[in-house]
Write a protein that binds this ligand. Structure first.
Ligand SMILES: [Mg+2]
Length: 451
């Protein structure tokens, strides 16, 4: 915890849904649900209009449809989210070199390294307002909620307080006044299992937690978790803002057609990936000290967790055991769409880093497949038959650009509009109409370099 409020957390509001409403004028002000549209699909993001009907992230799409049948159910466009996110991150990096993205729509910014005359409340408040205005400008009208405080924990809590389109600055010294009435689950790392253990001990709020000694928490939850909870329960958080850096690593990852929820299956997949990583390290004569897992949740939030050994390893058993151990501390009940294992801290480096998302187009294609579990995978298929996923961008030889409103019975229905047009007309075509094709931006993000 710092003496000044110099950690900023910015979170775009209902990000995927907001991008869809920006690019599809007829959906502005209407309920929009982005996620898996197939039989076992899960909601990634609901617009605020859909949330009024009780639609939430991680809910099954089936339930979302029954709560809000008139919403637009879209399968998601990763390329649009990624390029919008990149513009936002660029704005933040202009303000400070220390930016830590947490996912496409969320980042911490260290204001201690920003060019500011001081870090007093009026100064950081003005900067936060300026960033919100700039984000709205570069994204074509998306709103962000911002929190500023003396630590990551407080900044993140603050950004949630006045969503959407809000700004909350927590003055130094008032952290516990803010936290005390809140439920313990506001603390990072307190998932359903920990909440339940605390509840059984009569601990519900942060105020309740404040009265419990560190020794007692360690007895209840183990050394690492007990200590961390005691610190955070007193608003003590010294975690630094860490910018994404290039890491020397060998890693393997996989994306899955349906969101994984079975922990044993996830452990088995990590174990297999660990063997794969081990093989590659051995053939390159390498070993590393840090084992990392990467987990992408149903809502595209990407989490990595790592642990560092005293000496380098390249044995499959050790890497696998550490990877499975790291998974155990993560909350994955909403489903997992990507898992990966990596080893870094290598003595030597081969020019390969699968965690670096170097193949954006491939990644986006996989993400698209993931979002629609029932759609046949067209990856690699040399055929002109397209999968017309609801919401996807298309271009018609005469009508120009639009998006797939729906398809079935050999017919695809398209609404012809873009971010720059008024709400446009709807037309239907045969699914194999040669005049209709998927549209992707030609340059910029989403494109991949030729090998
Ligand atoms: Mg958000």
């Amino acid at each position: 915890m710092r003496a000044v409020a110099s950690v900023l957390h910015l979170d775009l509001d209902a990000f995927f849904a907001a991008v869809e409403q920006r690019d599809k004028p007829s959906l502005r002000g209407k309920p929009v649900v982005v996620g898996g549209v197939g039989g076992r699909g899960v909601v990634s993001t609901a617009s605020y209009e859909a949330r009024k009907y009780g639609v939430r992230s991680a809910m099954s799409t089936r339930e979302a449809r029954s709560r809000c049948p008139h919403a637009a159910f879209l399968s998601g466009r990763f390329h649009a989210y990624r390029s919008t996110s990149e513009r936002v991150m660029a704005v933040l990096r202009e303000a400070s070199p220390l930016v830590e993205p947490l996912s496409l729509d969320e980042a911490f910014v260290d204001l201690a390294t920003a060019r500011l005359p001081d870090l007093e409340i009026p100064t950081v408040t003005a900067l936060a307002e300026q960033l919100r205005r700039q984000v709205e400008e570069v994204t074509g009208g998306l709103t962000a909620s911002v929190g500023v405080g003396t630590s990551k924990f407080i900044a993140k809590v603050a950004s949630e307080l006045d969503k959407p389109d809000g700004l909350v600055v927590v003055p130094p010294g008032t952290e516990m006044d803010l936290l005390r009435p809140m439920h313990v689950s506001v603390i990072p790392g307190v998932g359903p299992a920990t909440t339940e253990r605390l509840r059984r001990a009569g601990i519900h709020t942060v105020a309740d937690l404040e009265t419990v000694s560190e020794d007692e928490l360690i007895r209840m939850l183990g050394t690492a978790h007990g200590h961390a909870l005691h610190q955070l329960g007193h608003a003590r958080d010294d975690r630094p803002v860490v910018p994404e850096r290039e890491t020397k690593s060998v890693s393997v990852e996989g994306t899955y057609d349906t969101d994984l929820t079975d922990r044993r299956l996830m452990a088995a997949l990590l174990t297999r990936q660990a063997r794969n990583v081990s093989d590659r390290l051995r053939t390159s004569g390498l070993a590393g000290r840090t084992v990392t897992i990467k987990v992408r949740l149903h809502d595209f939030t990407t989490i990595s967790r790592s642990t560092t050994l005293g000496s380098p390893t390249n044995t499959a058993g050790t890497i696998g055991r550490l990877a499975v151990g790291l998974l155990q501390d993560l909350e994955t009940t909403g489903g997992v769409r990507l898992l990966g294992v990596g080893v870094s801290g290598l003595a030597d480096w081969i020019q390969e880093d699968l965690f670096g998302d170097t193949d954006d187009a491939d990644e986006a294609a996989k993400a698209g497949d993931d979002l629609d579990a029932d759609a046949p995978s067209t990856a690699g298929a040399k055929t002109t038959t397209h999968t017309w996923a609801p919401g996807m961008d298309v271009e018609h030889a005469e009508m120009g650009r639009g998006w797939v409103w729906g398809s079935g019975r050999g017919v695809v229905t398209v609404r012809f509009e873009t971010a720059e047009t008024p709400p446009g007309p709807v037309r239907s075509y045969r699914i194999d109409d040669p005049d209709l094709r998927p549209w992707r931006p030609e340059s910029g993000t989403g494109a991949t370099l030729a090998p």
